[in-house]
Design a protein around this ligand. Structure first.
Ligand SMILES: O=C1O[C@H](COP(=O)(O)O)[C@@H](O)[C@H](O)[C@H]1O
Length: 242
């Protein structure tokens, strides 16, 4: 694993850097595999990145979009990660509909929907049950409790090692989430973390030893590249302590 940590004076600079990292990976992936697979994060942090990507002239027919986690709500709900990405980017440009792969949340059955998304990934990547496909880029955020995707502290989803998708649990509310082994199979994982409220969690995520069940982002150790991009408010704690 190649680990890169960068801290930016402003969120705009962080967004520019994240965009540049993603853009750099598109052409080589298309050349190697005929397509580029990008996994989106939710929450507030990545929205300006999606808005910035909407201004780029991209080979949309060769880019496939997935989500690393989803709140169990309809896409038009204000909490929907899909809804946010559609408003900020996907619906602003001419993506072929078949290239957008949202997590299903309409079935009133999170476990069945998690299996359905897993089957969609297996079909897309042509992998068998038990095999883990490698996405080109997985975007992740981190909450102030150190959760990432919908892998929350001390929850079952964080321990799942034999599935691609699990049912996460945010204070009793179900979510769909990529599992740790699926994320760790990626060619590139890109964390975007902003805000001073993330500092205490970051201290534990980067500590030499700490409990992975208490600080889920520690479990993310991909076989490919790992990038942590911080704004100064979040990353200060690391620059001060290193
Ligand atoms: O609930 C979620 O939170 C995390 C972190 O969000 P942020 O706004 O603090 O960056 C996010 O990565 C995840 O996708 C989302 O569902």
């Amino acid at each position: 694993m190649k680990k890169n940590i960068e801290v930016f004076p402003s969120r705009d600079q962080l967004v520019e850097r994240a965009k540049a990292i993603i853009l750099d990976k598109i052409a080589p992936a298309i050349e190697a595999r005929g397509r580029f697979t990008l996994v989106l994060a939710g929450g507030g942090t990545p929205k300006p990145l999606y808005e910035a990507l909407a201004t780029e002239n991209l080979p949309l027919d060769k880019i496939h979009i997935f989500w690393g986690d989803e709140r169990y709500v309809a896409p038009d709900h204000p909490d929907s990660n899909e809804g946010m990405a559609r408003l900020a980017w996907l619906d602003c440009v001419a993506f072929p509909a078949d290239n957008i792969h949202p997590m299903p949340t309409a079935g009133n059955d999170p476990l069945a929907d998690s299996r359905q998304y897993e089957a969609e990934l297996q079909r897309f990547f042509q992998v068998s049950p038990g095999e883990f496909p490698a996405f080109d880029v997985i975007l992740l955020g981190m909450g102030d409790d150190a959760h990432t995707a919908s892998l929350f502290p001390h929850t079952e989803a964080l321990q799942v090692r034999d599935r691609l998708i699990a049912v996460g649990n945010k204070a009793g509310q179900p979510r769909l989430t990529f599992t740790v082994p699926l994320i760790n199979q990626a060619e590139c994982v890109l964390f975007l973390v902003t805000g001073a409220n993330k500092q205490p969690a970051l201290t534990q995520v980067f500590a030499e030893t700490a409990d992975e069940m208490a600080y889920p982002s520690r479990a993310i150790q991909p076989q490919g590249e790992l990038w942590w991009l911080f704004d100064e408010a979040a990353g200060q704690v690391l620059t001060v302590n290193s």
